[in-house]
Design a protein around this ligand. Structure first.
Ligand SMILES: C[S@@+](CC[C@H](N)C(=O)[O-])C[C@H]1O[C@@H](n2cnc3c(N)ncnc32)[C@H](O)[C@@H]1O
Ligand code: SF4
Length: 457
């Protein structure tokens, strides 16, 4: 437990505590001050006192608060790393977007490396951030009016144990599909005037291919009406157990440029254990089926899946490389509220995580893939990260824009969060839609009204 005399500090310090298994049992109190150009942080951990002092010249109140948090977290990280005898790959950084912090440093005219070193990020990860920034060159753009469109289809064939997305097996939600599609069409129609420069469209989920072909056609047709400039168009088709030629034909007909064929693992034992209803053989068939269409393909893997060995994960990396999709995303297993896994597991084991991540980085780089986006979440196994890899020239604009929050995101459907980015004021306004489908259907008109207002602001 953490107690602090600084406003809003306790949740920040708890984020550091949770990085170390067992640290939640410790009694920690914190006191922070800023005076005479010095941030002073004092901690009592199980009765033992520690003090830290860092220099800084904050430009205003907001920056002062932000630096206070940064140095307090660093102080606590230093105490815990020596108490638990462990360095973590991202040091005291707990934020979701390390690259955003790097861009902020660069935009302030400073190199990001000294700050990352001070925060005790590993040299490998500092280099990774540099490579991701390089991978985003020519795509990353902060320009007023840039916008991406997200369409949520929260339906899946079965629910995977690790997944917390608000999505249910379609057998249980099928009755909502017609009304849901109607609501989506209304939302999209009303969005036409709200979109400035459209950079990409992403139909995600869930598993968009879980709906019937004629239902998918309605969504793609409505999206295609907004996508008049031929920009990137992804359908997170998803799992191979719902792949059909008919659905792929529709993707081609409506101008889709990129699809996802997600594996998570190529081990049949793991796929069964995590509640996926397909095998590795089904994945190979889906890749073969999609090949003649010429879409860019993304394939997701997860490191640290329950019961999976380092060898099994490494074999999945080799297999996906041999299939040669344009994009490969390597996720680190994450314990999320709402997932079945969370009910069964308190903390995730770190066993082998560093080896798996190191192997994926080495092999993907050797195979010519480059990292182009990166994000972290709370409760990730081994405190690692998710990295999107791409073949040269094939980076996904949508992923870059979303991770860097550099463009508006107009998101329709249930459990979708629209974001309006006010670049000059360096702030973002969000508008979330209800997570469950019946409530979303009830509130869709109000939602359309609120979003129109937000995007006109
Ligand atoms: C919204 S899901 C949609 C993908 C698609 N429905 C499928 O499963 O094939 C996007 C990706 O997030 C990743 N993911 C979901 N839950 C995760 C978790 N708890 N830990 C790590 N990655 C996770 C998976 O790799 C998944 O493919
Ligand atoms: S990982 Fe994909 S298929 Fe599995 S429950 Fe989540 S969204 Fe659905």
């Amino acid at each position: 437990m953490v107690i602090s005399d600084c406003n809003g500090m306790e949740p920040e310090l708890m984020d550091v505590v949770r990085l170390f298994a067992g640290a939640e049992e410790l009694a920690i109190s914190h006191s922070g001050r800023f005076s005479g150009g010095k941030f002073s942080n004092t901690f009592l951990v199980e009765g033992e006192a520690f003090s830290f002092s860092d220099e800084g010249e904050p430009a205003g109140e907001t920056e002062k608060k932000s630096l206070m948090k940064r140095y307090a977290k660093l102080g606590l990280y230093m105490i815990l790393r020596s108490r638990f005898g462990r360095d973590l790959p991202w040091g005291s950084l707990t934020g979701i977007r390390p690259t955003r912090l790097a861009y902020k440093e660069l935009e302030a005219g400073r190199d990001f490396v000294p700050l990352f070193r001070k925060l005790m990020v590993s040299e490998e990860n500092i280099a990774l951030v540099g490579e991701v920034l390089a991978g985003q060159r020519g795509i990353y753009e902060r320009r007023e009016g840039n916008c991406d469109l997200f369409i949520s289809l929260p339906f899946c064939p079965t629910k995977c144990d690790y997944c917390s997305f608000i999505t249910a097996p379609i057998a249980r939600t099928r009755q909502y599909v017609p009304a849901y599609l109607e609501a989506l069409e209304r939302e999209l129609e009303a969005s036409i005037s709200a979109i400035g420069h459209l950079r990409s469209v992403y139909v995600g989920g869930g598993t968009p291919f879980a709906v019937e072909a004629e239902e998918l056609a309605r969504v793609l047709a409505a999206a295609a009406k907004l996508r008049t400039n031929g920009c990137e168009f992804t359908v997170e088709a998803g799992r191979p157990d719902v792949f059909t030629r008919e659905k792929l034909d529709l993707c081609r007909e409506y101008g889709v440029t990129r699809i996802c064929i997600n594996a998570q693992s190529f081990s049949d034992r793991t796929l069964e254990a995590i509640g996926r209803r397909h095998t590795a053989e089904d994945l190979f068939r889906a890749f073969d089926m999609a090949a003649p269409y010429g879409f860019d393909v993304n394939c997701d893997l997860i490191a640290g899946l329950t019961g999976e060995s380092v060898e099994e994960f490494c074999r999945s990396v080799d297999t996906v490389i041999s299939l040669g999709p344009e994009n490969i995303t390597v996720h680190t297993l994450c314990l999320k509220k709402g997932a079945k896994l969370k009910e069964e597991t308190e903390t995730l084991s770190e066993g082998g995580m560093s080896e798996m991540i190191a192997y994926s980085r080495e092999k993907l780089a050797q195979a010519g893939y480059r990292p182009y986006y990166l994000y972290r979440q709370k409760y990730m196994a081994g405190a690692h990260e998710n990295v999107g890899w791409t073949k040269p020239g094939k980076a996904c604009v949508y992923n870059v824009d979303v991770m860097e929050e550099s463009a508006d995101n107009l998101a329709v459907g249930s459990n979708a969060i629209s974001k309006k980015v006010f670049l000059r004021e360096d702030r973002i306004e969000r508008l979330g839609s209800p997570k469950d489908i019946p409530t979303y259907l009830q509130k869709v008109d109000k939602l359309i009204e609120e979003r129109t207002k937000l995007f006109r602001a």
